[in-house]
Design a protein around this ligand. Structure first.
Ligand code: OAD
Length: 248
């Protein structure tokens, strides 16, 4: 027997969705790739050009605040200039179909919210939020893409509200995400290499709790064996196809 076509695989997922009450979409950098936001580990991805330990940890920030601030300013500028893609919009459409629905994202780019998603757990923070490491005051840096360190009025350094290597995830976001992953009927893992923990545990928790796990990725990942169905292709093409079918 020949392997099922992508159409058949999508039909299987659609059938599962039609009887599902609770749906979770877990996303990584791949969902924003078609918007023009670079991923981390693909060919040419950010961690193939830069060293995470020099840019995405607190000690690096304290040692060279200009370098780290400049890098985040650069990324914040890219993210402010791009737009959500059909994958983000499809996720937002799904939320309108299911009463019990949420997005769990590792992305800091705010594109799910900009596409209209409402219930979002941000496991790695949000690059649009920034705060002073001394007095904790929030700073709105819209339009401020300083290549140098930014100082608060109190003299403290302003940092992005993102999770750096070695830091713990925001506990409210993590707890909410785990609860959702463990109680959903269908769990999508979209555009993530599934190698960064604890975020990648979401896939395992969902599977162990009995969810039907669907992976959407241009390639197989370390956790593909947890997926009941892997849909190979661009999320900006596959997710809208699924949404069109469940709304027919
Ligand atoms: P990665 O760069 O590790 O993985 C991106 C995944 O997206 C890969 O599996 C690609 O195959 C897939 N991909 C690329 N383009 C795609 C497309 N158009 N449609 C579908 N899939 C596509 O990014 P993440 O898994 O998000 O952490 O990385 C996880 C974490 O590592 C990030 O949140 C970040 C990073 O260090 C922090 O900053 C704390």
């Amino acid at each position: 027997m020949s392997n099922p076509s992508l159409d058949d695989q999508i039909e299987t997922v659609v059938e599962k969705l039609l009887s599902a009450k609770s749906v979770v979409v877990f996303t990584g950098a791949g969902v924003s790739a078609e918007s023009g936001v670079p991923t981390f580990r693909d060919k040419g991805g950010m961690w193939t050009k830069f060293k995470p330990e020099e840019l995405a940890n607190f000690d690096a920030f304290m040692k060279n605040p200009d370098l780290v601030t400049g890098w985040y300013s650069h990324r914040r500028k890219i993210m402010s200039e791009v737009k959500p893609n059909p994958g983000h919009y499809a996720v937002a459409e799904l939320e309108k179909v299911f009463d019990d629905f949420c997005v769990i994202t590792q992305n800091v780019d705010n594109l799910h919210r900009r596409a209209g998603s409402k219930k979002i757990f941000e496991l790695h923070g949000n690059i649009e939020r920034n705060y002073c490491i001394t007095c904790k005051k929030n700073h709105d840096l819209t339009g401020n893409y300083s290549p140098q360190a930014i100082k608060c009025e109190c003299g403290g350094l302003v940092r992005p509200d993102v999770v750096w290597f070695g830091e713990i995830l925001p506990q409210d976001q993590y707890a909410g995400a785990v609860a959702a992953a463990e109680s959903c009927d269908v769990f999508f893992s979209v555009g993530t290499s599934a190698v960064v923990y604890p975020a990648a545990y979401m896939i395992i928790y969902a599977k162990q709790a009995g969810a039907f796990v669907v992976e959407v990725n241009v390639d197989y990942t370390d956790l593909s064996h947890y997926a009941n169905q892997t849909l190979l292709g661009n999320s900006g093409e596959i997710l809208p196809r699924i949404v069109r079918k469940i709304k027919r």
